[in-house]
Ligand binder design. Structure first.
Ligand code: GLT
Ligand code: MN
Ligand code: MN
Length: 396
């Protein structure tokens, strides 16, 4: 039996736009034929995924008549039923239409803002009809080339207004749906508002219905800003706001590459899987493991499925390597909490201020000089991480 073969319980999902990417880039046109959404559903199930996500436009091309829309949706639902696939997440394309060139919810033109809101309400209806429990918001055009065009505080206020409106729409319709906000620092805009997951987390707290809004961090986007995806995800998990995740890979300092998960910076990928799966302890992330990536432009359709299988297989291998690392007695020894009475007493003095504790803290012996001289063994720890990652060291 192949222990790295994906199973439904792994909750692996792909967007129609990911495996369906035709390989267009700013310098060249498509290199692959578009695939029918129902074909993608069947192929993803064969590869071992459990879910498929979509933008409104991925399934229903703009300008489709109401009758044709219903027929497309019915066919798609039938493919989901036949295969047992689910649609865990849906999103709105608020970036392709020329009207969105100055933003969608944050655009200066009220007609554009109204169009964005109306389009999103329809995309929410579509997602809910397909069973989606999460609506992602990636504001690709919500930004500027020149900040001379608007007070950035107005951009922030408009974004809040739109999300408050849409949360109220969801409640009014009795939908069982939560929102996940996805940050990106730039591309396609020169600068995008709410550049990182940290910015988004702060913004979420300012919303009327903040309990129904969380984040959707993406590896490539945090790395584009030169930041740690592991820390972004940790902050979201700690705040109970990791509602969804976009897994992929990225070389630092480049455009948004959306590469196969684990194909760059394997150490970060290992530490990310370790965090999501809780192999070092702590809560596990329970939502979909979504791969927001696409195959190299060099590939034909077979290469696309090879890419999809690769994302899932690498995730499972990294999960096994993380388990092995955390089961290693030498690792546990290096990072264990000191449990001797003196350490525990000092620790107790630092938790929950009161005047007596503060007095005792002023007086107790801490010996910072000796502590400054102590080696911590993290070179050894990291070498152990690398050896588990490379498979030359294994613990059950
Ligand atoms: C687009 C973007 C992604 C977003 C998608 C959701 S669309 O491909 O690059 O990061 O997650 O709108
Ligand atoms: Mn993404
Ligand atoms: Mn991306």
């Amino acid at each position: 039996m192949d222990t790295f073969a994906p199973a439904r319980a792994d909750l692996f999902s792909f967007g129609l736009w990911t495996v369906g990417n035709v390989g267009r880039d700013p310098f060249g046109g498509p290199v692959r034929e578009p695939m029918a959404p129902t074909h993608i559903v069947r192929k993803l199930r064969e590869c071992g995924a459990y879910g498929v996500n979509l933008h409104d436009n991925d399934l229903v091309p703009p300008g489709t008549s109401a009758a044709r829309r219903d027929a497309i949706v019915a066919d798609f639902k039938a493919a989901l039923e036949d295969t047992g696939m689910v649609c865990p997440m849906a999103t709105t394309n608020l970036f392709s239409h020329p009207a969105f060139k100055d933003g969608a919810f944050t655009a200066n033109d009220p007609f554009v803002r109204a169009f964005a809101l109306r389009k999103t309400m329809a995309a929410i209806d579509l997602g809910v009809e397909l069973g989606a429990k999460i609506q992602v918001f990636w504001g690709g055009r919500e930004g500027v080339e020149t900040d001379a065009c608007r007070d950035p505080r107005e951009g922030i206020r408009r974004m809040r207004e739109a999300l408050n409106y849409l949360c109220a729409y969801v409640k009014d319709n009795g939908y069982d749906l939560r929102f996940a906000l996805e940050a990106k620092p730039n591309e396609p805009r020169g600068d995008i508002y709410f550049a990182t997951t940290g910015h988004m987390l702060h913004f979420v707290d300012s919303l009327d219905q903040s309990e129904m809004v969380g984040v959707n961090p993406e590896v490539a986007h945090e790395n584009m800003a030169g930041l740690s995806m592991v820390h972004a995800v940790a902050q979201a998990m700690e705040a109970k706001k990791l509602f969804h995740i976009d897994l992929n890979a990225q070389k630092i300092g480049r455009y948004d590459q959306d590469l196969r998960f684990g194909s760059e910076d394997l150490k970060q990928a290992l530490l990310l899987v370790r965090l999501l799966e809780g192999t070092a302890g702590g809560d596990r992330y329970e939502g979909p493991r979504h791969f927001d990536a696409h195959a190299y432009r060099t590939e034909d359709e077979e290469g696309v499925w090879e890419f999809a299988r690769g994302c899932m297989r690498t995730y499972k291998i990294l999960h096994a390597r993380a388990r092995s690392f955390d089961a290693d007695p030498e690792v546990r020894e290096i990072i264990k909490d000191p449990k001797d009475p003196k350490s525990m007493e000092v620790d107790g003095l630092c938790k929950g201020y009161d005047a007596n504790k503060a007095r005792a803290l002023r007086e107790c012996k801490l010996d910072p000089e000796a502590r400054g001289k102590r080696g911590l063994g993290y070179e050894r720890l990291d070498q152990l991480l690398i050896e588990h990652l490379m498979g030359v060291r294994s613990c059950a």
